[in-house]
Design a protein around this ligand. Structure first.
Ligand code: ZN
Length: 102
C-alpha cells in the first residue's frame, strides 16, 4: 500500500522528492508527457493509523505514570505527526485522465 506512485501510461516510477514537490491536482508525466490526475485521498490512511496509535500511547502514559511529565508525550506526538508527513508521498496515486486523447 505504501509505495511511490508510477505513471499510469508509461510506468515511470516517481522519486520520493519528485512526488513531494508535486503541486496541484494534475501533472504531465515528464517521460511520456501524458496528463494524469494526482490523488491524495490515500494520505488519510497514515493519518488515521498514526492518530489512533498516538491516542493509545498517550492514554497509556497518562494511566501508567504517577509522576506525569508531558515532555516525552509531546515528543512522541510530534514524531508521530512527522512520520505521517514523511509517508505522504508514498500514499499519492496517479490516475489517468479520461478525456486525454493524445
Ligand atoms: Zn508517463
Amino acid at each position: 500500500m505504501l509505495k511511490l506512485p508510477v505513471c499510469p501510461y508509461c510506468n515511470t516510477v516517481y522519486r520520493y522528492k519528485e512526488v513531494y514537490l508535486l503541486k496541484g491536482s494534475e501533472y504531465n508525466c515528464y517521460h511520456c508527457k501524458k496528463k494524469f490526475r494526482i490523488s491524495r485521498i490515500g494520505r488519510i490512511i497514515p493519518i488515521i493509523i498514526i492518530a489512533a496509535v498516538l491516542v493509545g500511547v498517550n492514554l497509556f502514559i497518562f494511566h501508567t505514570s504517577k509522576d506525569l511529565n508531558l515532555v516525552p508525550v509531546v515528543i512522541i506526538d510530534v514524531l508521530g505527526i512527522m512520520a505521517a508527513f514523511v509517508m505522504f508521498p508514498l500514499t499519492v496515486r496517479f490516475i489517468p485522465e479520461k478525456n486525454d486523447r493524445r
